[in-house]
Write a protein that binds this ligand. Structure first.
Ligand SMILES: Nc1ncnc2c1ncn2[C@@H]1O[C@H](COP(=O)(O)OP(=O)(O)OP(=O)(O)O)[C@@H](O)[C@H]1O
Ligand SMILES: [Mg+2]
Length: 255
């Protein structure tokens, strides 16, 4: 960076302090501190059962941390309801796709708008925006198709479009690549980058290392509910601890 040019200031969009969630005696997420800066693509990785989805459930408020605090844009959001978090600008997709299967693709996306940050939009605006989002994710040709008739890859794109219809500033993607073939995966990776280019910050859970390593700027690693590492893809790939508990096993599995 040239001298005299101020470094861009990182703005924390999301912060967690001591975030913990017990299910009975099991600490699914244990005393995790984390942050996400505006404009980042952050990867959240770790073995099965590490607590990744639970952390997403805590951020999106379908679960409440105890103890722990989560802040969105500096505001403590702990204890808020999921619809409030959504209106504030946090959207998510699910590990097991959750769409309205009998509803046409376009209607699924329109529904997202009703939960979003601009509840006062006219129905014409909502319809136009939904059509634009279908175009953005590459589903325009299928807008009248019942969602159940889409391939898994297209259902996942639909879920992304619905999440985008809520006009998020932060998007949480839970295993967008799982179950996709190589071509679909490349398209999904490109989609993630285009979403970030719209100015939306992204946290993505993935087991597909190729995707995580090429798309993310920073990676957080969970193991047994604890954060065991955090760093650039290169730092994570070279972390002895991460290789020992996770990446070694992934390499054996051929991902
Ligand atoms: N609602 C629940 N009730 C009880 N235990 C739960 C619940 N949700 C998750 N768990 C447990 O919490 C732990 C963390 O689960 P979580 O789904 O967050 O893991 P994950 O990292 O997303 O794993 P995966 O990679 O398999 O999706 C697991 O032991 C899981 O069985
Ligand atoms: Mg999960």
């Amino acid at each position: 960076m040239p001298r005299g040019v101020p470094r861009e200031i990182n703005v924390r969009i999301l912060e967690g302090e001591g975030v913990t969630k017990y299910f009975g005696g099991l600490a699914a997420v244990s005393n995790v501190d984390f942050h996400v800066d505006e404009g980042e693509i952050v990867g959240l990785i770790g073995p099965n059962g590490a607590g990744k989805t639970t952390l997403f459930n805590l951020i999106s408020a379908s679960l409440v941390p105890k103890p722990g605090v989560i802040k969105f844009k500096g505001e403590n959001i702990t204890g808020k309801k999921p619809y409030q978090i959504c209106r504030m600008g946090v959207a998510r997709t699910f590990q097991m796709v959750k769409i309205f299967t009998n509803m046409p693709v376009l209607e699924n996306v329109r529904l997202g708008s009703f939960f979003g940050t601009l509840p006062g939009m006219s129905s014409a605006d909502i319809a136009r925006e939904a059509a634009e989002l279908l175009e953005f994710v590459g589903l325009s040709a299928m807008s009248a198709t019942p969602a159940k008739d889409l391939t898994l890859a297209n259902q996942k794109r639909l879920e992304v479009a619905r999440a985008l219809a809520t006009r998020p500033e932060l998007l949480l993607l839970d295993e967008l690549m799982a179950g996709l073939n190589a071509t679909e995966m490349a398209q999904a990776m490109e989609l993630v980058k285009r979403i970030r280019d719209k100015g939306i910050t992204i946290v993505m859970i993935e087991h597909v290392m190729k995707a995580i390593m090429s798309v993310c700027e920073r990676i957080i690693v969970l193991h047994h509910g604890e954060k065991i590492a955090e760093g650039t893809p290169r730092e994570i790939a070279n972390s002895k601890k991460v290789v020992e508990v996770y990446l070694g096993e992934q390499a054996d599995a051929g991902s």
